[in-house]
Design a protein around this ligand. Structure first.
Ligand SMILES: Nc1nc2c(ncn2[C@@H]2O[C@H](COP(=O)(O)OP(=O)(O)O)[C@@H](O)[C@H]2O)c(=O)[nH]1
Ligand SMILES: Nc1ncnc2c1ncn2[C@@H]1O[C@H](COP(=O)(O)OP(=O)(O)O)[C@@H](O)[C@H]1O
Length: 207
């Protein structure tokens, strides 16, 4: 039976990060996890895309074949999954449980389809949208990141347009952070999470 007790036992409330590719989600949440490693844990998603230089299997993503991932999805191992820019991405139940077992705030970095699907589950996270200051800045950052082919870049820019329209829907996000100046955006992010951070710290101090 799903009741408030089982949710409470699952640990602190997770946080979902979403926003267009290149908005700065990874940059911000890596900073956050580094500064508060006893508070936050990252839900390591599965993906069929290739690792980028510097990315590590099991830390940034679990890199898998489409066949393996589809089989695991069919087997009911995923909370949500989506096709993004020609690849499959998904959050496994195990990924979230691994973080919650440590009593950490579970961070999910997922696209808009993921947000919609998580809203249908009983995960009950806080939803944070990371937005770029403009499409022009987003394109420049994505190009400067140097991780995408022109084709992949265009797919991401197209998805970003759809994403930015969709995220304007009232009630979709609890907090919207515009990542213009990185330090300011990070400060706003920490402020938005302050209460949850303090809750976890307090619980840890008294256990
Ligand atoms: N639905 C869903 N989206 C995911 C998941 N993992 C990553 N994503 C999203 O997939 C998109 C592409 O991610 P990635 O390939 O790392 O590229 P980047 O956003 O350009 O850094 C981003 O919007 C991520 O938030 C997941 O498990 N589920
Ligand atoms: N506030 C910022 N100002 C300038 N560049 C930024 C800022 N935030 C992130 N970046 C850079 O923009 C690129 C995209 O950021 P990234 O964190 O990879 O985005 P996402 O994870 O949302 O796709 C990266 O090269 C990152 O270093």
């Amino acid at each position: 039976m799903r009741d408030s007790t089982s949710k409470a036992m699952a640990g602190p409330r997770p946080v979902v990060f979403s926003g267009p590719s290149g908005a700065g989600k990874s940059t911000l949440l890596k900073k956050l996890i580094k500064e508060h490693e006893n508070v936050f844990g990252f839900s390591v998603s599965h993906t069929t895309r290739n690792p980028r230089p510097g990315e590590e299997n099991g830390r940034d993503y679990h890199y898998v074949t489409r066949e393996a991932m589809q089989a695991a999805i069919n087997n009911g191992e995923f909370i949500e999954n989506a096709e993004f820019s020609g690849n499959l991405y998904g959050t496994s139940k195990a990924a979230v449980q691994a973080v919650q077992a440590k009593n950490l705030i579970c961070i999910l970095d997922i696209d808009m389809q993921g947000v919609k699907n998580i809203k249908k589950t009983d995960l009950n996270p806080m939803y944070i949208s990371i937005q770029p200051p403009s499409m022009e800045v987003l394109e420049k950052r994505l190009r400067d990141r140097n991780t995408e082919s022109e084709e992949s870049l265009q797919k991401r820019l197209h998805a970003a347009n759809v994403d930015m329209e969709f995220s304007k829907e009232p009630g979709m996000f609890d907090v919207v952070i515009v990542n213009d100046n990185l330090e300011d955006a990070y400060k706003n992010l920490k402020q938005a999470l302050l209460e949850e951070i303090n809750k976890v710290k307090k619980a840890k101090a008294s256990s």
